[in-house]
Design a protein around this ligand. Sequence first.
Ligand SMILES: NC(=O)c1ccc[n+]([C@@H]2O[C@H](COP(=O)([O-])OP(=O)(O)OC[C@H]3O[C@@H](n4cnc5c(N)ncnc54)[C@H](O)[C@@H]3O)[C@@H](O)[C@H]2O)c1
Ligand SMILES: CC(C)[C@H](C(=O)O)[C@@H](O)C(=O)O
Ligand SMILES: [Mg+2]
Length: 373
Amino acid sequence: MTKSKPEFSILVIGGDGIGPEVTAEATAVLDVISTHPKSRAAFKLLPRLFGGCSIDAHGTPVTDEVLETGRKADAILMGAVGGPKWDGMRRGFEGPEGATLRLRDVTQVYANLRPCEYFAAGNSPLRDELVRGAKFIVLRENCGGPFYGPKEETPDYASDLWSYKRSEIERIARMAAHLALSSASPKKTVTSCDKANVLASSRLWRKVVQETIEKEFPEVEIVHQLADSATTLMMMRPTLFNGVILADNTFGDILSDLAGVIPGTLGVLPSACLADIPAQKWGDDPVKGFYEPVHGSAPDIAGKGIANPIGAILSVALMLRYSFGMEEEAAAVEKAVNSTLDAGFRTKDMRGTTSTKDMGSLVREALQQLLDQ
Ligand SMILES: NC(=O)c1ccc[n+]([C@@H]2O[C@H](COP(=O)([O-])OP(=O)(O)OC[C@H]3O[C@@H](n4cnc5c(N)ncnc54)[C@H](O)[C@@H]3O)[C@@H](O)[C@H]2O)c1
Ligand SMILES: CC(C)[C@H](C(=O)O)[C@@H](O)C(=O)O
Ligand SMILES: [Mg+2]
């Protein structure tokens, strides 16, 4: 890796439904950054079919070539996959969603960071005084649990094995503590959510999270919360969770979608799936990351040009920060999004009329100005 101006390779998966619409706005942000006179990096984009569109073209949701490209690339950017047309194909890891799980598995991106914060856009259905100041990362274990356990599927019986190994829990607990310590917030808290009152895998989870963090990160406060009551608390007192919310694959999936109530739409939530502790600064070797907004392919609004591209654009900010150590550029993208919202522009999910493309170009204009300063 040359430290002068590295070129990072990125597998780009538009996917299905609104996936290609929001991904186009996200890659356009990367173009602004790489073509700016002060640019510190070049990006080699590797667009590929994946998901339902790949089933239509190749008869499989992911070809070996795409898995291999993803394994070798520095990062992966994905819109979303799936849709009613391919719902009948879900069995084991077949079908569009199964392909996403396979790609997460081959890249071993075990830590799924799903940051959520309140935007002062007046869009939350929750009362302003409840959500103001809410800022946390849902850290979801991404390569284990029932998503990956052996499955049995017959017309009369079906099962998914929900299991965790100590080593899988230790590595995600370390990531949680690392994120808590590196956050700007004075509160260094990890709130771990589980169902230790009923699930054996949760009892191991709770024990290993407690032991690992207590021993290796004594300055981090650990709170254990049952996952069911965590949902009510997240809606009633979201700021209680400021810091890091740690959860396994299933509970993390649910809690991160629930967090969409805080900004008032899933459309603005980004996500980063990492294979290692994030890069600390520009010039470090890239950390393998798989970036995708939290939302899905939203078949109900696909093709209408109204999808919110902010979740995808903010996922690019996470890529710059966590994979490439480009904190200044990441912060500029986030600032550009905030200033666009502050100027009053909103897509339909935020009760506005701005189109996907217009929202993308407004953010890019704001970004260009910030980079020029
Ligand atoms: N990463 C992924 O590939 C991924 C993630 C989640 C769901 N999915 C798949 O997507 C399909 C649809 O799932 P779903 O309907 O449960 O969830 P979804 O996230 O696609 O949609 C839920 C609701 O949020 C809205 N929404 C989502 N993203 C939006 C955006 N960017 N702008 C505006 N509104 C937005 C939708 O219109 C819909 O009303 C399913 O096939 C599911 O498996 C894929
Ligand atoms: C589509 C599906 C495989 C995926 C998941 O459950 O991980 C989605 O819901 C997500 O949150 O990224
Ligand atoms: Mg989900």
